[in-house]
Design a protein around this ligand. Structure first.
Ligand code: FES
Ligand SMILES: [Fe+2]
Length: 450
């Protein structure tokens, strides 16, 4: 037993495994990648139609007939709960003369009746009835035509689809992400923020931004108060498709060493108090708050029903993991928060994208306090409406507004004749790799079957 306890302590104290370095080819990332319709079309044809896409949420369609509809570029997909409890996904298009079947993003139906001529498509995609079935020279379409189904799977409570009928299994595609996310039990987490805006930047600019922390000291200077050095004390991992960044959090940045007596600031002070710690005790050594918080948070979790903490290591009590799931999903992941950051290509314009800025939080039984999302506190029992708007109409939360203040200007710069491509730092290598994977797809080197 003693040995077992020691093993648990060692496991809890161990850092995340560092991914082996992989060679990068180098990439100029010229402006046309963000502005050219021709390049946009190549991405669609060779990349978007071959990769797994995080599209829906299982708990939004609990009953047979519940469906969710999501658009990606020029396409739209219906994800619908079947009578046997499984989920199927279909292109949102009627095979009579091409009308879209549904336009609302969530709903319930017994069958999908096309708004144009009333063809009646069942939940399983089969065609139940049409007007005047005897009047078709090719024969009654019922029994002949079905909605076009796409591969669909679930992971972490999300519904993923792939337009490639020969795609690799979702879990193979996600690779090391699967085991890492399972520890958090994200399938049980609930959405507390759902802000969606059309933004005047290419979809990749959003993901580039979330693929580097080089902009933290300049765009988010206040992050120094509770996140460690964005470069020297941050671990970057590059896998075959996806990326991870491990940021030590819960104490001031070691960039600020030398001015110890001024370092304990908000929001760190409030976080310490939340877990019963007195900020005064850390005045002489503010860099020790991280470990103290880890211990205090685990104890708090045991009392308040945070059962998934058993699966988490000590550093996960405080630290930020940031994942980039190829091609269009990034997430900052904490012990209790999942900051969902997805960019979807605009249907026709490479200079715009649809940006989803959502938040999910864990649901411990003994917790009654507000959920702190990127856009502010939300009462734990609140059902959050999906808010869809245009860039600039509303705030998307303090930090995301900071990002969105700079990226549209970058999109303008991408159109300049003078811009010859990016000049990247080492800590921006994930951006370099990200664009290499896009090129791999465009040039026909993906997906690699294992
Ligand atoms: S286009 Fe759907 S029934 Fe005619
Ligand atoms: Fe940022």
């Amino acid at each position: 037993m003693a040995t077992k306890l020691k093993d648990i302590e060692e496991w809890r104290a161990s850092p995340p495994e560092k991914a082996p370095e992989i060679p990068l080819r180098g990439h100029r990332m010229e402006g046309y990648r963000y502005t050219s319709k021709e390049f946009f079309d190549k991405e669609w044809e060779h990349m978007w139609t071959k990769v797994w896409l995080l599209l829906g949420r299982e708990d939004e369609i609990p009953e047979a007939g519940d469906y969710q509809m999501e658009e990606v570029g020029p396409e739209a997909f219906i994800m619908v709960r079947q009578h046997d409890g499984s989920i199927k996904a279909f292109y949102n298009v009627c095979h009579h003369r091409g009308a879209r079947l549904v336009f609302n993003d969530v709903g319930f139906t017994d069958s999908f009746i096309c708004p144009y001529h009333g063809w009646d498509w069942q939940l399983d995609g089969s065609l139940k009835s049409v007007q005047d079935p005897e009047d078709f020279p090719e024969g009654d379409p019922c029994g002949k035509l079905t909605l076009t189904e796409v591969p669909c799977d679930t992971f972490a409570g999300f519904i993923w689809i792939n337009m490639d009928p020969d795609c690799e299994p979702l879990r193979d595609y996600l690779g090391p992400v699967v085991e890492q996310w399972e520890a958090y039990e994200i399938q049980n987490w609930k959405r507390y923020q759902a802000l969606t805006a059309t933004i005047p930047v290419n979809w990749k600019s959003i993901q580039d931004n979330f693929n580097e922390s080089y902009h933290l000291p300049t765009v988010h200077p206040e992050s120094d108060t509770s996140v460690d050095d964005n470069y020297k004390y941050t671990q970057f991992d590059i896998w075959e498709h996806h990326h991870r960044m491990w940021m030590r959090s819960g104490s001031p940045s070691q960039r600020l060493r030398g001015s110890e007596d001024e370092l304990l600031r908000e929001p760190l002070i409030s976080t310490l108090q939340q877990y019963g710690l007195d900020p005064e005790d850390f005045k002489d050594d503010p860099f020790s708050t991280r470990e103290a918080l880890q211990t205090a948070k685990r104890e708090y979790g045991e009392k308040h029903g945070y059962t998934h903490y058993e699966n988490l290591k000590d550093h996960q009590m405080t630290d930020t993991y940031h994942y980039n799931i190829f091609p269009n999903f990034s997430v900052s992941l904490w012990a209790d928060g999942f900051h969902f950051l997805r960019s979807r290509p605009h249907p026709t314009d490479p200079n715009q994208c649809v940006f989803d800025n959502w938040w999910y939080a864990s649901q411990p039984e003994g917790e009654t306090g507000d959920v702190f999302t990127a856009a502010g506190p939300v009462p734990r029992d609140e059902e959050v409406e999906h808010d869809v708007f245009e860039y600039g109409e509303k705030s998307m939360g303090f930090a995301i507004d900071q990002d969105l203040n700079v990226t549209p200007g970058q999109q303008l710069g991408f159109r300049s004749r003078a811009y010859k491509g990016a000049y990247l730092s080492g800590q921006e290598s994930r951006i370099r790799h990200y664009h290499e994977v896009i090129d791999d797809y465009i040039e026909g080197r993906r997906p690699e079957k294992k």
